[in-house]
Design a protein around this ligand. Structure first.
Ligand code: IVH
Length: 698
């Protein structure tokens, strides 16, 4: 049995037994197995930097072991992974013994866990301080590598990794290359020569790589033909562990301070004031630290970050709650390797591993054929995932993803889950290599791959699958918005032969619908009402609904700023179309080609005869933002990019796709990449979504 299989087997056993009610024989059986496996995984993660399970899976097993050991303390062994903070230090660097161990954090996986923790703190404090409601700080938990930086007389003396918490590695030369780590702290002395900072103190914080830097670094590594990193955390760890500081200097490492370790002089007596002090003397600290009186609002803030974490340009895997008052912290103390006064509220992980059961292909409304992964269902970030995208043939082939593989699956925000890579160590040899089928699975037409495109297409105009997809799209929200006509009914209507062309929707009768299963008078009438109402949708909606290649919502909206009727648009030339800002040749040609097809002209004529509206008279904006040019980049979460575009345009702004000196503002959403970099380079102002919203709502 290989490592991944062994892990799966253990995960199954863990899933079937409740750690808090486990009986002794069960615990005696499970604990050593868990310990051994966790040690192997920890070694891969901390030392080899090559994990084969997702962090959350590891955390879950570790948490389970901790609970067993709590129930049967005599089963705890000194070498249990619960008894240490991280992996052992590598031999290549000199070892440093931390004067005060760098502790780990206990985890809460849900809000109840935070409440329980807080109440326990209050109970413990009650003995010495009475019934207090301790103030909390909440800080993002940056997912990087813990560092301890010792300053002597204001100068950076030693930079060390955490190692196992007690002994780390001396990586001072590497730490010095991190631009955000101050090499010297300003020291002011009074008349007696007494300094205003302690003679020696240790700053603790996290070394990490920003998401944007990570992408750029991977691109560079790939160009050089070197191994790319799986995620920013691995990139930070791998970069810092290089023996040549010059090579480290080329890596885009950042640092964020979160606490002060041992110090020889006086320091402020609350966490928040210490952070402020750190900031004042030159350390980067999080700009998102908040203070709360009591736990309720703190928990609300934690919850907010679960969704908002994508807005940050660095990875966070949770938020850390700390009792703010240092006197309280001291009174609470620590258990084995974690302080009692802090807890990490961990987000549900968004990456996991599972088995790729099969690869199927789907036909889209434009005939595009997409491979899709059928997965052994797996829970990722609170959602059960059983399908994931594989993008296209090249994606599968270049990553050597095979049917039967154990694969890493990622779900980011509301993005469709995707298969990231196969876990090669889990290969048994029974996996099957997959290739794109040659014929359309729906109509058996030979598939073609267009030059310069990664996708295959079914070019048949009569492909039933394509039509079903088109029908779904036509009726969808944002398009004609026909309530009650979803995917399921689209299939039923098409298969029953009731709707064979789009105009047939508007020919449906009550009797037609009543013959369908599940349709009674009321439901039929409601659908017919919805269909009828959709006839009044503005032209831009209809244009989008028709599924013309490259005509998305925004393009459709742009088109109607110039062409107010379908007939005007139908007779437009490529030149007429490209005269619209934001419409390029590819889109223009696609539109002209579409109207050149007789069947499409007939389709429009039929829709018109059936009473569907073919007009839209938009006021062209000469508003508040006239003369300003915006570029939107990254994914937005407060509104869709289309909405943002339309709202900006409605106020008279221009929205273009590339950044130049003429650009006034770049709105950077999640994972903004090269456009944001370009903006920085050109000195173009960068706005976040919140700012954009303020401008729009002003
Ligand atoms: S407090 C003594 N604060 O998380 C308390 N840790 O899982 C331990 N981390 O080793 C440190 N952001 O590397 C603290 N704002 C933050 C943090 C943070 C990230 C890391 C740190 C620690 C690990 C524990």
């Amino acid at each position: 049995m290989n490592l991944v299989e062994a892990t799966r087997a253990l995960q199954r056993r863990v899933r079937d037994t409740d750690a808090d009610n486990i009986d002794r024989p069960g615990a005696v059986d499970l604990a050593p197995a868990l310990r051994e496996l966790l040690q192997i995984h920890a070694h891969r993660y901390y030392v080899l930097d090559d994990p084969v399970v997702a962090d959350a899976e590891y955390d879950k097993l570790l948490n389970y072991l901790e609970r067993i050991e709590q129930r049967f303390p005599d089963l705890r062994t000194p070498d249990s992974p619960t008894q240490r903070v991280g992996g052992p230090a590598l031999d290549r660097f000199e070892k440093v013994t931390h004067p005060d161990p760098l502790l780990s954090l206990s985890n809460a996986f849900d809000e109840a866990g935070v409440h329980t923790w807080y109440e326990r703190c209050r109970k413990t404090l009650a003995g010495s301080f009475g019934d207090v409601v301790p103030t909390l700080t909440v800080e993002p938990k940056v997912d990087g590598l813990a560092l301890a930086l010792t300053y002597v007389n204001g100068l950076l003396d030693v930079g060390a990794t955490r190692g196992d918490g007690r002994v780390g590695e001396n990586i001072t030369a590497n730490v010095r290359t991190i631009a955000s780590v101050p090499l010297r702290i300003p020291v002011n002395r009074d008349e007696l020569g007494k300094a205003d900072v302690p003679g020696a103190f240790e700053v603790r914080g996290e070394a990490y790589i920003k998401k944007s830097d990570f992408r750029a670094q991977n691109e560079r590594l790939a160009e050089l033909g070197q191994k790319v990193f799986a995620n920013p955390r691995n990139a930070a760890a791998g970069s810092l562990r290089q023996l040549d500081p010059n090579a480290v200097a080329e890596r885009p490492l950042s640092f964020m301070a979160y606490s002060i370790g041992p110090a020889t002089g006086d320091l402020p007596d609350s966490q928040i004031q210490r952070l402020q002090w750190l900031k004042q003397v030159g350390f980067p600290i999080s700009e998102h630290v908040k203070m709360y009186e009591g736990v309720e609002d703190a928990v609300a803030y934690c919850r907010r970050w679960t969704d908002a974490r994508d807005e940050l340009d660095y990875e966070i895997d949770g938020v850390v709650l700390k009792i703010d008052n240092i006197e309280y912290q001291d009174a609470l103390g620590a258990v084995s390797n974690a302080p009692r006064w802090a807890i990490a509220y961990k987000f549900p992980a968004r990456e996991s591993t599972t088995t790729l059961v099969n690869i199927v292909v789907n036909v889209g409304r434009t005939g595009m054929i997409k491979p899709e992964a059928v997965l052994e269902p797996v829970e990722i970030g609170g959602v059960t995932v059983s399908q994931a995208t594989l993008h296209n043939e090249d994606y599968v082939v270049s990553r050597d993803i095979r049917i039967g593989d154990t694969v890493a699956v990622k779900r980011a925000g509301d993005v469709i889950p995707q298969v990231v890579k196969p876990i090669l160590d889990a290969r048994t040899g029974d996996e099957l290599v997959w290739r794109m089928p040659q014929y359309c699975p729906a109509c058996q037409t030979k598939l073609v791959r267009l030059p310069d495109e990664a996708d295959y297409y079914c070019m048949s105009a009569d492909c039933p699958e394509q039509f079903i997809r088109l029908l779904e799209h036509f009726a969808a929200r944002g398009a004609m918005d026909i309530e009650g006509l979803g995917s399921k009914l689209a299939v039923t209507l098409a298969e029953a032969g009731l709707v064979q062309h789009l105009p047939d929707i508007y020919r449906l009768t009550r009797d037609d619908l009543l013959q369908l299963e599940g349709f009674a008078d009321k439901k039929a009438d409601k659908l017919l009402q919805g269909i009828s109402a959709s006839k009044k949708q503005p032209l831009s909606r209809l244009l989008f609904a028709l599924g013309i290649r490259h005509v998305g919502k925004t393009t459709a909206e742009l088109l109607v700023t110039r062409f107010h009727t379908m007939h005007e648009l139908a007779s437009a030339s490529v030149e007429d179309l490209t005269a619209i800002d934001g419409i390029g040749v590819v889109i223009a040609e696609s539109i002209v080609d579409w109207f050149a097809i007789d069947k499409n002209v007939e389709l429009i004529r039929n829709l018109e005869e059936l009473g569907v509206n073919l007009e839209e008279h938009q006021a062209t904006g000469n508003g508040r933002l006239a003369g300003l040019t915006f570029v939107l980049t990254g994914s937005l979460s407060l509104f869709t990019r289309e909405e943002a575009t339309l709202r900006l345009q409605a106020l008279g702004a221009r929205v273009t796709s590339s950044v130049s000196k003429k650009t006034d503002y770049v709105v950077a959403g999640e994972n903004a990449g090269s456009k944001k970099d370009k903006a920085v380079e050109l000195g173009v102002k960068i706005l976040n979504e919140q700012k954009l919203l303020e401008i729009l709502d002003a």
